[in-house]
Write a protein that binds this ligand. Sequence first.
Ligand code: FE2
Ligand code: FE2
Length: 268
Amino acid sequence: MATKDKELTFLFIGDIVARPGRQVVKELLPKLKEDLSIDVVIANVENLAGGKGITNSTIYEMMSAGVDLFTGGNHIFFQEESQELLNDESLNIIRPANYSEDTPGRGFLFYEHNGVKILLINIEGQAAMNNSVDNPFTKVDDIQLEYAKEADITIVDFHAELTSEKRAMGYFLDGVVTACIGTHTHVPTADAQILPRGTFYVTDAGMTGNIDSVLGVKKEIIIDRFTSPIPKRFIWEYDGEKALNSILFKTDQSGKVVEFRRIDQLIA
Ligand SMILES: [Fe+2]
Ligand SMILES: [Fe+2]
């Protein structure tokens, strides 16, 4: 019997922030996809539209640029259209799975590419995040116990603030999932690695957007927030240099990650 060929090339794009982030993806992704023969593109889109949430037009913009699967995080519901988009199962968009059961949308999805079944799970951290979510470790364990046997490849986007919680999640899932990739901090980390039991792990994919900023927001506003008691609204930075922060990883015939590298590129 012929075995299924699970050899695939994935690109995971860190939080795409507002118009500058979308501009980077539109300018760089089509060529990267072709040059590097990328099969599946996953992007975190919690900051896609106006810096918070998703809209119809911004999701379709990213789909036509070549993004196949979308993950979320604590900012995903900030636009009115977010709920409807997350409820539309024909679109491959998920939000963290450890939100309460009555939350619109779903926390994981199955996607097939060349007969290979990919399970994508989005989960949110508890530590230093401002909302209450179910325990991410037990939740991801429940999902993978119930559904991972149906999948050839399982990828987790762990949307969390603390590096310690993220590294702990990596080891918790080591040997259980194909890849565990962190998002949310908007700062790319240099620790992409294959863990001892074979899971590909990186603490944070980073941010795709304006880098002359504090995590995408005008730096003066954030400095003010740290130096003055008077609250200021976030204004996203639109001028200046923009970066793509992403991770490329390849699976072999058995579905294990055998090769990976960061792909970080700048545009004016
Ligand atoms: Fe984000
Ligand atoms: Fe976030």
